[in-house]
Design a protein around this ligand. Structure first.
Ligand code: ZN
Length: 237
């Protein structure tokens, strides 16, 4: 099944290979009959996350026969231009720090707006109604394009601009990282927690060599800090 002509309520998940989008993929597999995934290569320094995607997808399929049946195609789209025009520590070899605007310089301006627009263009072609993404405004780095209002406005703009009726889902929007782990456990028990802890990637520096109780990463960048703190709260430590 491709979702192209069946009219089935298929979903497209923005899937980077990180903890949040891996959880969103499990969430979507739990709800929708057909789920495709989309990853972007925009020259991010932590490109290793793109390689983690395959392991997470295979792990999810192995966990649950229904999920295996529902898991459809994986798409990767190159967005090198985004990396070229944004001078950030995610796309350049510069230190992670706060900017004058009060945002960390890991902020790639417009990234989520571009991602969701490309996702909608792909969903349109694939006949997928639901678009699922891991943005969160509870426990995040202050990125304005992760806010619920940004996503809601974008849903309206995309539906007007494509004369269609996409539904944008952000299941993590109002929960923190500890609650994200709890959601993971509800969706797939300890086996899913283990899979996402071991195979998903968050570290901005792309460290896959150092293992911690919360997964792999350098242990000091903001993404690792957030992930480690969430894990500790989830485990009650
Ligand atoms: Zn790190």
């Amino acid at each position: 099944m491709t979702g192209e002509s069946s009219g089935a309520p298929g979903a497209l998940v923005l899937f980077s290979g990180g903890q949040d989008s891996s959880t969103c993929l499990a969430w979507a597999l739990d709800r929708f009959d057909h789920v495709e995934t989309l990853g972007f290569d925009y020259g991010q320094r932590h490109r290793v996350e793109l390689e983690c995607r395959t392991a997470v997808r295979e792990g999810l399929a192995n966990l649950n026969p229904a999920w295996r049946q529902r898991l459809g195609e994986d798409h990767t789209v190159g967005l090198a231009a985004l990396g070229e025009i944004s001078n950030t520590s995610l796309t350049r070899d510069v230190a992670i720090e706060m900017t004058d605007a009060g945002l960390p310089n890991t902020f790639v301006p417009g990234r989520n707006i571009v991602f969701l627009t490309f996702a909608a263009a792909l969903a349109y072609r694939r006949g997928l109604k639901h678009i699922v993404a891991g943005m969160c405004e509870t426990d995040y780095s202050g990125y304005p394009d992760c806010r619920d209002d940004t996503i809601k406005a974008l849903q309206v703009a995309l539906n007007l601009g494509m004369d269609t009726r996409f539904v944008l889902h952000t299941p993590l929007m109002f929960i923190d990282k500890a609650e994200t782990w709890a959601m993971t456990e509800r969706l797939g028990g300890e086996a899913l927690v283990d899979l996402i802890r071991d195979e998903s990637h968050s570290c901005y520096l792309g460290d896959r060599a150092t293992k911690h109780d919360w997964g792999y990463g350098c242990g000091t960048c903001p993404a690792c800090d957030l992930r480690a703190a969430g894990w500790r709260r989830y485990r009650g430590g």
